[in-house]
Design a protein around this ligand. Structure first.
Ligand code: BES
Ligand code: MN
Ligand code: ZN
Length: 508
């Protein structure tokens, strides 16, 4: 991540000594006192520009003006953020991203951002989301471009958050709260961006063994609190992971099963397990995808990328819980050794599974990962994150994860963390009647149901292995990667669910 100095500026907003001053308005700018004060200093030019550009302070609108020496700032940008009553705190990520992007477009080295007045109790969260937004909004996956333009460092080096203390100095507590919020936001954004990198890298770079090495280096980085175990195919064989190994057997690249453990210094309050789907490339296997269908299938390890990256941040920030991250990593390819339709697999818990579609591979790898978590880790709570079904995208669209669980309290707690974080998640029912779709005439069950309720039958398949351990399934097939950008989220890998995992594991 680019180094950006995030500071607290406590002088009068209009006198902020920066190259670009940014402030926000809730709707109609002519009702905003800072807008009016700025406009007065600029002799009415700001209101004129706003009128000419049809700026009404709606969310996403902006107007920028040169100050011609009438203010310390060379330019002023006003961002619309919609109605005050509708402003969700997490929206601040996108607003801060817009502010720093405006600074970089203008070639400014310093930006001052006037914190909107939303009440003192929301300030720490707003500052955290600003820190997240400036790092998420300047994220670029540009390592494969060879031209100068794509590699150019952004101009903004310092980003000041302005809260006018009317001549008073900030108290020690205020300074500490500001610093803590900046640190927390920066760590979270670092983890999200790391997950984005892992998803955006080609499948030929992020192989199962590469993910194993990344897990090991993470343990080295946090050597006092994190340990890594990376299992080879032989060790997975000994554990009886027949479903996971079958998916990986068509590839020349060996599978790796990753298990990271974070242990807090104090006696942990509970044990959490985060499980990520780690299919580094999904061709569909013999139930082969079309070329268009597999174009983006390097995304299929996004769950693993997210749980590994979240662990990094959880270890940095510290948690009251013992936290485990698990990922069964392999490639789903075709070859003379690949698994076939009609094969009957023996899962780690003994369940036999008839394969009627080799493209429904994620649930096979996850099924054994869930059994490993349930029997070897014995967590109080477990969550899985998987780019599991196109059906989930059909149900909820491309930006929302499908959440399934039969544990009411656990799923409520999870969704509350998602809401606080501003990640879109929506619950789908684990309808028991749809289990009939998974009946097999030769084995305990088959791996694929029919077209209707595809996200749910995948969830029901996983439930078989979760048994009575409190468990939540999060299908991230849509939001793990996006083709439409927004300010804090460029196209490509998003690092979806990382922020919610960190929120869930580190907030009391
Ligand atoms: N990895 C895919 C799901 C996916 C699709 C993720 C699009 C991201 C974007 C998964 O392994 C898959 O192929 N699912 C099948 C299941 C079907 C065969 C029951 C699907 O959704 O078509
Ligand atoms: Mn598949
Ligand atoms: Zn897949």
């Amino acid at each position: 991540m680019a180094v950006i100095d995030l500071t607290h500026l406590t002088g009068a907003a209009l006198q902020t000594p920066v190259e670009l001053l940014v402030f926000t308005v809730f709707g109609d700018p002519t009702k905003d006192s800072l807008f009016k004060a700025t406009d007065a200093v600029l002799g009415g030019a700001l209101a004129d520009s706003a009128k000419a550009e049809l700026f009404e302070g709606k969310s996403g609108q902006s107007v920028t003006i040169h100050t011609h020496g009438k203010l310390p700032a060379k330019r002023v940008a006003v961002l619309g953020i919609g109605a005050r009553g509708e402003f969700a705190t997490s929206t601040m990520r996108d607003v801060a991203a817009q502010a720093i992007q405006a600074g970089n477009r203008a070639g400014a080295t310093s930006v001052g951002f006037v914190l909107p007045a939303l009440g003192a109790n929301r300030e720490a969260m707003l500052v955290q989301f600003i820190a997240e937004g400036i790092h998420l909004g300047t994220y670029k996956f540009n390592r494969y471009f060879t031209g100068e333009d794509a590699k150019r460092e952004p101009s903004v080096k310092s980003f000041g958050v302005v809260t006018d203390l009317k001549g008073k100095k900030p108290t020690v507590a205020q300074t500490r709260a500001f610093g803590a919020a900046v640190t927390r936001g920066t760590v979270i954004a670092g983890a999200v961006n790391q997950a984005r990198d892992l998803v955006n890298e080609p499948a030929d770079v992020i192989t199962p063994t590469a993910l194993g090495k990344i897990a090991e280096s993470l343990a080295k980085k946090h050597k006092d609190t994190v340990t890594a175990t990376v299992l080879t195919p032989k060790q997975c064989q000994e554990l009886g992971m027949g479903m996971f190994l079958a998916v990986g057997q068509g590839s020349d690249r060996e599978v790796r099963f990753i298990h990271l453990t974070y242990t807090p210094a104090k006696k942990p309050k509970k044990r959490l397990c985060l499980i990520g789907k780690g299919v580094t490339f999904d061709s569909g296997g013999y139930s082969l995808k079309t070329s268009v269908g597999m174009e983006d299938m390097k995304v299929d390890m996004a769950g693993a990328a997210s749980v590994i990256s979240a662990m990094d941040a959880i270890a940095t920030l510290g948690s009251d819980y013992e936290v485990h991250a698990v990922a069964a990593c392999c490639e789903n390819l075709v070859s003379g050794r690949a698994y076939k339709l009609g094969d009957v697999l023996h899962s780690m818990d003994g369940t036999t599974v008839e394969i009627n579609n080799t493209d429904a591979e994620g649930r096979l790898t996850l099924g054994d990962a869930i059994t490993y978590a349930r029997t070897k880790i014995e967590p109080d709570e477990m969550f899985d994150f998987a780019t599991l079904t196109g059906a989930c995208m059909v149900a909820l669209g491309p930006y929302t994860a499908g959440v399934m669980s039969d544990h009411e309290a656990l799923v409520k707690g999870w969704l509350a963390a998602a809401t606080a974080t501003g990640e879109d998640m929506w619950r789908l029912p684990l309808l028991p009647r749809l289990r009939e779709q998974l009946k097999s005439s030769v084995a305990d069950m088959r791996n694929t149901g029919d077209r209707f309720g595809g996200a749910i039958t995948a969830g029901l398949f996983l439930k078989t292995f979760a048994k009575d351990t409190p468990w939540v399934h999060v299908d991230i097939a849509g939001p793990a990667s996006v083709s439409t950008a927004r300010p804090s989220q460029p196209k490509g890998g998003t690092g979806f669910a990382v922020a919610t995992m960190i929120e869930y594991a580190t907030r009391r």
